[in-house]
Every structure is written in C-alpha cells, then in structure tokens.
Write a protein that binds this ligand. Structure first.
Ligand code: HEC
Length: 243
C-alpha cells in the first residue's frame, strides 16, 4: 500500500512539473511574436545572377553588436533583368538596427551595400517597412565600381579629367581601361588578366606594395579587406562586365 501511495505521489509530481513547463513554452511564444516587423522590397534589378560563388544579393538585417547579418533573404535569381521584384523579409525583431539591400559573403558579412534603412524611427510608426529602390544594377562589376573605385580611387584616377598612372577608373572607362590592358608602369603585365588575379598588376598594386612600390596599401583598412577579396574573386571568375 505504501508503495502504491509513493507511486501516485511520483505521478503527481511529474504532472505538476509538466504544467510548469507550460509556462516556459508560453513565454517563448511571446518572444517570437515580438519579432513581427516585415520589410517589403520593390525594385527592378540587373546583374543578380553574375556573382561568383559564395556571394549572395540579399535583403538583410544587422545589429550593433556584430558585422554578421542576423537575418537575410536572397533575391530571386531566376528573374530576367529589369522585371519588377516584390519580396518580403519577415521576422525582423527590435534588435535589428539597420536593414540593407546588399551583397553578403558566406560568413554573412556585408561586402557591397546598395541601399540602407536605419530602423529606429520606422519601428515606432509601422509594422511594414517599405524599401523601394527603383532600377538598380547589382552585378559584381557594378559593385566594384560603386563600392570601391567611386569611393576610393576616382579622385586620383579620372574624376578631374586627368588620371594618375594614366589609369581612368571612372564608371564610363574603368572596365576597358583595366581588362586585358598592359600596365603603364610595367608593360609585361596586364592590369587585369581574366582568371589570374595574382598575375594582374591591379592585384599587385593593391595587395603587394613590395612588388610595385606604388604606395596603395593604406587605402584599405583592416575592415575593408573584403573589397580586395571581391576584386580578386571577380578577376578569378573571368573578369566579366555583365555575366
Ligand atoms: C591619392 C591618389 C591616388 C588614389 C586615391 C589611388 N591612386 Fe592609384 N595611382 C596613383 C598614382 C600617383 C599612380 C602612379 C604611380 C607611379 O606611376 O609610380 C597610381 C597608379 C595606379 C595603378 C598602376 C597603373 C599602371 O598602369 O601603371 C593602379 C592599378 C592603380 N593606381 C589603382 C588604384 C586603385 C584601384 C585605387 C583605389 C582603390 C587607386 N589606385 C587609388 C594615385 C592614386
């Protein structure tokens, strides 16, 4: 009889513990509900499919604590250029401080940044955050042009009408000035040799000052080294303009 009572007591304890668990599950449910913001992206894109392996064009959420995206969704690759894309990214919670249309690498670091929305004010006013970007070329070479050449090079290489080292890196001229063109300073080497980043003079100037003595290494901070890898990956993939 005593055993029987103990047995009943054990069952009772188990049932009570289970009902405690109920509470925890409920709390988790509330947490998920909090992440209820939605981003709605509208735009017409070209160059979506011409990225090297390991890169993705995405809408993504970032927070202050790390450089890795906390939430991402890829843009559809099977769209023909110029078709209107409308897509949503759900489950955005309060921790997200910035939403971007960007390119990420395998680690989810932002490599190229096409459009940014700071979340703070928007979270206060609406559940759906609209990102209308119009028509955008998000191809690999366009990203190099807008993120690297336009920001870091054209002030010396072409913007004023003259070009240091006889090299124009402005959007209208850069591709044809680089690809399969002999370097001015060393005509034995091509500035960009498709498929061979390490034999390209552009790579040597930006990565190995010792070989070229051109004092370009300081142009990229530690954090910006991703841009150098982007250029190398583009060259190794064939240095294409559009595909
Ligand atoms: C502050 C000015 C300045 C900036 C900014 C600059 N460059 Fe230069 N660059 C020069 C000068 C000056 C030369 C020529 C050096 C020489 O002939 O010794 C040169 C030469 C070069 C060459 C060699 C050209 C050849 O055919 O011999 C390459 C490649 C190059 N730069 C790429 C870049 C890239 C890419 C960027 C941006 C990431 C950049 N440069 C930013 C001043 C600059």
């Amino acid at each position: 009889m005593k055993n029987y009572i103990l047995f009943l007591a054990a069952i009772w304890t188990t049932v009570s513990l289970c009902s405690c668990d109920d509470g925890r599950i409920y709390e988790q449910h509330v947490d998920i509900e909090r992440g209820g913001y939605v981003l709605k992206l509208t735009g017409r894109f070209s160059g979506l499919g011409n990225w090297a392996d390991g890169y993705s064009v995405v809408v993504a959420g970032f927070n202050d604590k790390s450089e890795y995206a906390v939430i991402t969704k890829s843009l559809p690759l099977n769209q023909s250029d110029g078709t209107e894309v409308v897509m949503t990214l759900g489950g955005i919670n309060d921790e997200v401080t910035v939403l971007k249309l960007c390119v990420i690498n395998r680690l989810r670091e932002c490599v190229a940044d096409f459009h940014t929305i700071e979340c703070e004010e928007i979270f206060a006013s609406a559940d759906t955050i609209m990102m209308n970007v119009g028509t955008l070329d998000v191809g690999m070479y366009s990203a190099i042009q807008s993120q690297v050449f336009d920001k870091k090079c054209t002030m010396c290489h072409g913007e004023t009408g003259t070009a240091a080292g006889n090299l124009f890196l402005t959007a209208d001229k850069s591709y044809h000035a680089l690809v399969n063109r002999p370097a001015y300073k060393n005509s034995d080497l091509l500035l960009v040799k498709p498929g061979e980043a390490e034999e390209s003079f552009l790579h040597l100037v930006l990565n190995r000052d010792g070989d070229t003595n051109m004092h370009h290494l300081d142009l990229f901070s530690e954090k910006e080294q991703l841009a150098l890898k982007l250029i190398d990956d583009w060259i190794n993939r064939g240095a294409f303009l559009n595909n």
